[in-house]
Structure formats: C-alpha cells, structure tokens
Design a protein around this ligand. Sequence first.
Ligand code: ZN
Ligand code: FE
Length: 253
Amino acid sequence: MKIKVIKCLTDNYSYIIFDEKTSFAAVVDPSEADPIINQIEQNNLVLKYILNTHHHYDHVGGNKKLKEKYNCKVIGFEKDKHRIPDIDISLKDNEKSKNELFEFEVRHIPGHTSGHICIYIKQLNALFTGDTLFSLGCGRIFEGTYKEMYDSLNVIKKFPQYTKIYCGHEYTKKNSDFCLTIDKKNPNLIQKIDEIKRNLKNGTPTVPSTLHDELKCNIFLRSDNADIQKQLGINSGNPIETFTKLRDLKDNF
Ligand code: ZN
Ligand code: FE
C-alpha cells in the first residue's frame, strides 16, 4: 500500500492511497478531479473511495466528476452529510470502517468547520488532518470556538508520536515564518525549517510531517509551553488563552 501526494489548485494536497497488488485506490480530499484522473489513468488504478475531511470546496471539488467517472463511494462525517457532495457512506465520531483497501477510523475535530474529521489509517501510520492541523500551523477557526479547536488539536496530539501527518495545504513556509516570530530559540524548529527549505528548493512537498516533529516545533501544539506564554505576555499559564492569542496573531500575520 502506498500514498501518493497530489498537488491540486494553488496550494492544496490530495492524497491517493493505492494497493499495488489489486490496483484498488482511494483518494482523500480531491480538490479537483483532473489531477486525480491523470494519476488514476497513468497507473491503471481502480478508484473505489473518496474520503473527505470537511465540506470546503477545495477538499470536495472533485467528488462529483470522480464519482460519475468511476462510480466510487464518497465517505464523510455523519453530521456533514448535508453538505458533502454525493456522500454515500457517513461515519460517526470514533467509528471504525473496513474496506478492500484498509481499515480506518475517524475522529470529529471541530473548529475549522463544525463537521471536520481526521482520518487515521493505522496500517499506514497515517493521519489525514485536512485543514485542522497543518505542518507548523493550524486551520483558521471558521465555525467553532477557540476552545473547540484547541480540544481538537489535543485529540490529534494523542495519536502515536511517529504518525505521519498528511495535511490539506502547503502552508508550511509561511507557518514557519510565524513560528519563528515567537519561538525563534527553539532548536527543533530551526532544524525543521532547514529541512523544509531544502524540500521546497527541490520542489518536494513538505508533507508528510510527523506528529513527533509537530509536537516539538508547531507553536499551536505548544500553547502550554512556559517560554511561549512568557513571550506572548500571558501570565495566567492558561493554554487556551495562549492558543487564542496565537490564533489571533496568525490571522493577522
Ligand atoms: Zn477548509
Ligand atoms: Fe482548505
């Protein structure tokens, strides 16, 4: 089983998961159909499933055309079934599901949208985080509270450390610039940024990251860190207050 990173639109990532033996494939968050169709055709794959992390157009834009062409099944969150185009299979929070390709589970992680989920495939050590956790950043809060987003990031934090993080956008460089404004003495961050720069220079995606790296470098997962709180002038020690301040600063960065 392999995961292929597909660049879509301007800075989106979709992911094709495929089994080399059976040629069965699934796609996570097809922003648009054409780049997915190209890969499916080039590699003679059989597209069986579309998995959506949330309803935004840049994550579901390819659903309709792909389903029409391949008759694949669309999988998404139960409470978002009214706005995930062409959904066939709706899953609940914490629900596990098994198909011809893999077993996976979903977690409800609201904040960016009220129906956002992440998708975990244990056998691939892979977590698809959509627009909730990015490498060195997190998503904007459109339909939730700061507390909800904070709690959702904590759900992600509890996956095994070496889980690979496949996120929805290539925002890593801009995110790293923001992290540096507050956390510039973090040696792990500095090392991670070197790696990011090397990848981007070679035209290589900065994904997947690992949860291990994100825990050490992503400022939004470090709002309980005393140095970061001090840097932001937060005296209460309250991580949600710290997270709120970080998110507001990033919105205007
Ligand atoms: Zn989104
Ligand atoms: Fe997005």
